[in-house]
Design a protein around this ligand. Structure first.
Ligand code: NAP
Length: 308
């Protein structure tokens, strides 16, 4: 069959790049589509300390290295959003913001996006003190009072980063214990990050810029207004599952794509890898899933998996 690409990979994060390397090295024509410039959410990470081979590396640097590596093996199609997948007799038609392509197999590696608080002031003040990325926007608030909302690894890593660059940091968490790894919690506390427990944000206050937060203690019901110059919302992620949904791919109860051990979805010829499949959601697991998906996808384009 004459395809534009044997394998189309949607999403240029860690999973997509790893898939591209394994697809290209297996001798198939592959392309990676990304609506932005690639790198995924890891480009927002400051120090990454758990990617084997690098004791400490900045998120943007690691992702740039992956991009360069993957570019040797697959075409990179940045700023080209995949809008729809259409099932054909043989393979698929991929409709993007630029044109349509005939492809043999598809790997969905679209990852996740930041979950929103959905409170008054969040949308209105986004970019004016409301941020979802400490490494991107933190430097604007050096010497200022900032709040980080959330208790997971991202929230605490961001709090540490903000403290390190000289912000006055308070973490506001809805429970009285963190979800984050102990090592991060201890580092944050030792560096002087402050914590407000059992509290949720009711409103982000401000006219031109954020000036404070209205928070509610979930145990006592007490409402407080506190002054802050910025708020970093780090309350987890939502899966980017729109194109998967449209073609009838089975999702779990949280909206993540269900896959088998070879990263197959319920639609033959479509695989998924990385954060979009839920679970552990680490760079190292995303790479493993991307590699597996690329090798598994060879089965529908008549190529041999060199590792099986
Ligand atoms: P996460 O682990 O899902 O944590 C989200 C946090 O936000 C939780 O503490 C949660 O509270 C809180 N939250 C959720 N919805 C909320 C709401 N509506 N209002 C207030 N608080 C809310 O998300 P994440 O920290 O972004 O991490 C995502 C994935 O990336 C995880 O698998 C994480 O391990 C990984 N990651 C790893 C590292 C690392 O290894 N160093 C760094 C960053 C991220 P509850 O705890 O009460 O549920």
């Amino acid at each position: 069959m004459d395809y534009d690409y044997d394998i189309a990979i949607i999403g240029a994060g860690a999973a997509g790049y790893a898939a591209a390397i394994y697809a290209g090295r297996s001798g198939v024509k592959a392309a990676v589509f990304d609506k932005g410039m690639g790198g995924g959410l890891a480009t927002e990470a400051d120090d990454i300390e758990n990617y084997p081979g690098f004791k400490k590396i900045k998120g943007p640097e690691l992702m740039e290295r992956m991009k360069e590596h993957a570019s040797q093996y697959a075409e990179m199609k940045f700023l080209e959003e995949v809008k729809e997948i259409v099932k054909m007799n043989n393979g698929f038609e991929l409709k993007t913001s630029n044109r349509s392509y005939r492809v043999g197999a598809i790997i969905i590696a679209t990852g996740t996006e930041h979950r929103k608080l959905n409170v008054k002031g969040e949308k209105e003040l986004q970019g004016r003190g409301v941020s979802y990325c400490a490494t991107c926007d933190g430097p604007f608030f050096v010497g200022k009072k900032v709040a980080v909302i959330g208790g997971g690894n991202t929230a605490i890593s961001e709090a540490i980063y903000l403290k390190d660059i000289g912000c006055d940091v308070t973490v506001i968490h809805r429970r009285d214990e963190l979800r984050a790894e102990k090592v991060l919690e201890e580092e944050a506390k030792s560096k002087g990050v402050k914590f407000i427990w059992n509290s949720v944000v009711e409103e982000i206050i401000g006219n031109e810029m954020v000036s404070g937060l209205r928070i509610r203690n979930v145990k006592t019901g007490e409402i407080n207004e506190l002054e802050f110059n910025a708020v970093f919302v780090s309350i987890g992620e939502e899966p980017n599952n729109e194109i998967a949904k449209k073609i009838g791919i089975e999702l779990d109860e949280h909206g993540y794509i269900k896959v088998d051990r070879m990263q197959r979805t319920n639609v033959r010829g479509i695989y998924a890898a990385g954060d979009i499949t839920g679970g552990i959601r680490q760079l190292v697991t995303a790479c493993g899933e991307g590699a597996t998906a690329a090798l598994a996808a060879l089965e529908v384009i008549g190529k041999r998996n060199p590792f099986s």
